[in-house]
Ligand binder design. Structure first.
Ligand code: CAA
Length: 380
């Protein structure tokens, strides 16, 4: 077992760290306040090749794996979690399933645009009455001659307001049990009948775009189908296995930012005539935060390597996401406590980190869902 990064992995991580610390961190508060990411950030991400990090070189991507993506996402999220989730969803929830399940034609049609960032991607699974119970979705795709006609409403779509291409899950067979009658479709969002609905006002990651998307009589060609008909739920779940490694990486980044902010504050804030970092009560918090973040990183890198090796990663990804998201929230809570009243104001970064951390235990499968995935696998 090798815990050392390769020279290339270190270079990729350091490049992402420089970008995150120099360009994203100074903008993170602004992104949060204005509810959107600065357009020049999208351009910078494109210039660094991060939109297509895991897309093959033959399609204009960097051809790297999930471990490199995790390293990059940790850095980006340590500076700006809104940018982090935008990039994670684009790479893991749209680029990855096209790469894993697409035909050559679909890859040629879509991957170059996704790799360059010309096309931002989003993932449409959740519906008003199908959240944790994703297979309960009621959006339909009905055959009409050679075409499909898509009708339904998707909610909580990350990147909904900025994406040009969506993967949409819809029911194509009403006769079979719920998970077996779902198919996946690639839908350009300028197709007639697509409407971007309400934009959510969120507690955290406010710079990222989260919207409803409505599909009303949207006509799609036969080749919009991704993978086999009625096998879409498996694609949705396989895709989330990868996405959960991305959210675990986001959690590590947020947790690390909390740890670093805590150490800084503990050294400069004085009470009882000395820096509060001299007190064991503060040191133990810092020790526990650091230990959990390290453990989360090990679980996450292991999951990334399993995925890169081509093996089923459901259990390992769920464990990484479960533990990393809880660690991020633990670190955010302790960081705020160390800052005291000051941390409860927006004078300090921890106020935003605390809000940003919370979503990691909710999206791409809530904490309880990760436990279901883990327990089913362990007990099988
Ligand atoms: N890979 C491949 N196939 C899988 C799979 C996986 N990871 N997980 C399940 N399957 C297959 C199963 O083998 C089964 O197939 P068979 O019937 O042929 O055996 C089929 O899919 C159905 O699986 P389940 O019986 O396990 O389905 P379920 O209805 O019990 O659901 C669940 C399981 C884990 C609860 C699932 O519904 C789930 O993950 N829910 C959470 C949904 C979620 O994470 N949503 C996130 C939305 S996206 C988002 O948040 C993005 C964002 O904004 C950032």
């Amino acid at each position: 077992m090798d815990f050392q990064l390769t020279e290339e992995q270190r270079l990729v991580r350091d490049m992402a760290r420089d970008f995150a610390q120099n360009e994203l961190l100074p903008r993170a508060r602004k992104h949060d306040e204005q509810g959107r990411i600065d357009p020049e950030v999208f351009q910078m991400i494109a210039e660094l090749g991060l939109w297509g990090l895991t897309i093959g070189e033959e399609y204009g991507g960097a051809g790297l794996g999930n471990l490199e993506l995790s390293l990059v996402l940790e850095e980006i999220n340590a500076a700006c979690a809104a940018t982090g989730v935008t990039l994670s969803v684009h790479n893991s929830l749209l680029g990855a399933p096209i790469k894993r399940f697409g035909t050559k034609e679909q890859m040629q049609k879509y991957l170059p645009g996704l790799a360059s960032g010309e096309t931002i991607g989003c993932y449409c699974l959740t519906e008003p009455n199908a959240g944790s119970d994703a297979a309960a979705l009621v959006t339909t795709a009905k055959k009409d001659g050679d075409e499909w006609v898509l009708d339904g409403t998707k909610v909580w779509v990350t990147n909904g307001g900025i994406a040009k291409l969506a993967i949409v899950y819809a029911r194509t067979n009403q006769e079979v049990s719920k998970a077996k009658g779902i198919s996946a479709f690639l839908v350009p969002l300028d197709t007639p009948g697509v409407k971007i609905g309400k934009t959510e006002k969120k507690t955290g990651i406010r710079g990222s775009s989260t919207t409803e998307i409505l599909f009303e009589g949207v006509r799609l060609p036969a080749d919009a189908l991704l993978g086999e008909e009625n096998k879409g739920f498996m694609i949705a779940m396989d895709t989330l296995d990868g996405g959960r490694i991305g959210i675990a990486s986001q959690s590590i980044g947020i947790g690390r930012a909390c740890l670093e902010a805590s150490v800084r504050y503990a050294k400069e804030r004085e009470q009882f005539g000395r820096p509060i970092g001299d007190f064991q009560a503060i040191q133990w918090k810092i020790a526990d935060m650091s230990t959990r973040i390290d453990a989360a990183r090990l679980l996450t890198h292991r999951a990334a390597l399993i995925r890169d090796a081509g093996d089923r990663v459901s259990e390992a990804a769920a464990k990484a996401k479960l533990f990393a998201s809880q660690s991020a929230n633990f670190a955010a809570d302790e960081c705020l406590q160390i800052h005291g009243g000051a941390g409860y104001t927006d004078d300090f970064e921890v106020e935003r980190l605390f809000r940003d951390a919370r979503i990691t235990e909710i999206y791409e499968g809530a904490t309880d869902i990760q436990r279901i995935v883990i327990a089913r696998s362990v007990m099988a």
